[in-house]
Design a protein around this ligand. Structure first.
Ligand SMILES: O=P(O)(O)OC[C@H]1O[C@@H](O)[C@H](O)[C@@H](O)[C@@H]1O
Length: 322
């Protein structure tokens, strides 16, 4: 079970060049006019070249960040979903499914969607509501040419209708030359304790016949195929996991580093702090149009975290390519 960590840990994780206290830069929950947003932002922040807000698909706002090294990323405020990550070589290593919708109603299927406060299956909607809500851009910074942005989600009528707790989620995203780092902080702002499960449901661009994941040998597995509600327990015996067919499997107590060969010539290292579990998913013929082109390697917290009032939980993911 993950330990509760202080709120300050998040900021210690990403040293920044200016005052690390969170300050709200922009909250765009009420308007979807990207032109207006950019103008407001430019007046307030002297047009930082490393972070821009633009209109994305379906008129949704996205935050575009670029580093001094030439790497780039895009994050939709809807769901705080990183939909694109290009290291300095310009190759987008994330994948957005061709059936993804950007209507501000359904979650964006691709990139790095959040699963919170439930990984699932469970009583809430599949993977929880955080991927289905508009987050706000709370802060942005430039750490020696490497942009850092912090997005925030708080409880509201929509979340309370399903899960009646006060919370604050902070998602700090940092872009470097070869990597993308994220820190997710969940704070209990309620008077009563709550419990949650969570995951980063990362879709990596891939050529599935050439995909392999290293590092999971010896982990206890919960195979959700064929019945996600009654997964079959086993132990991973393989040094290298491949994807010859449908895969939907939870790995408990996974190591803090995995290596993904995406079949397209890239080796992606997935490191984490405090994400105890991992999930591998490829839908195979259930998604005939796209299954060959991606694999999901997810950092997850499958066991429930019990969070007392005022306490925070923090987990970090670092993905980098070589
Ligand atoms: O289509 P969704 O809601 O994004 O979920 C996709 C898959 O996500 C995986 O994380 C789950 O283990 C699967 O069971 C699920 O089917």
């Amino acid at each position: 079970m993950a330990a509760s960590l202080s709120f300050a840990t998040l900021f210690a994780a990403f040293p920044s060049s200016s005052n690390p206290s969170p300050r709200r830069l922009h909250s765009w929950n009420s308007t979807r006019s990207a032109g207006t947003v950019s103008a407001t932002m430019n007046q307030k922040t002297d047009t930082p070249s490393w972070v821009k807000v633009a209109e994305g698909h379906g008129g949704l706002h996205k935050v575009c960040v670029s580093s001094v090294h030439g790497s780039e990323a895009e994050i939709y405020l809807f769901g705080a979903c990183v939909t694109s990550w290009k290291p300095s070589n310009g190759k987008d290593l994330l994948f957005v499914r061709p059936d993804a919708v950007f209507d501000g109603k359904k979650p964006i299927s691709g990139g790095i969607p959040h699963c919170f406060p439930q990984f699932g299956p469970g009583v809430l909607q599949q993977h929880g509501f955080a991927r289905n809500m508009e987050w706000s851009l709370l802060d942005s910074d430039n750490n020696g040419g490497e942009p850092v942005v912090t997005l925030e989600l708080k409880d509201g009528l929509y979340s309370r209708s399903m899960w009646d707790f006060g919370f604050q989620a902070l998602y700090k995203v940092k872009l470097s030359a070869k990597g993308l780092s994220t820190a997710l902080t969940i704070k209990n702002t309620d008077k009563k304790p709550f419990s949650f499960t969570t995951a980063l449901h990362t879709y990596f661009r891939a050529s599935i016949s050439g995909v392999s994941v290293k590092g999971l040998k010896g982990c206890k597995t919960l195979n959700k195929d064929p019945d996600p509600v009654n997964p079959v327990e086993s132990t991973e015996e393989r040094d290298v996991v491949t994807f010859p067919g449908f895969v939907d499997c939870v790995y408990l107590d996974a190591p803090d580093e995995l290596q993904l060969e995406n079949g397209l010539g890239d080796t992606i290292t997935i490191r984490n702090t405090n994400w105890p579990d991992a999930v591998l998913w490829n839908p195979h013929k259930q998604m005939e149009a796209s299954y060959r082109d991606f694999v999901c390697v997810e950092n997850a917290q499958i066991g429930k975290v019990q969070l007392e009032s005022g306490k925070s939980w923090v987990a970090e993911q670092h993905i980098s390519s070589s």
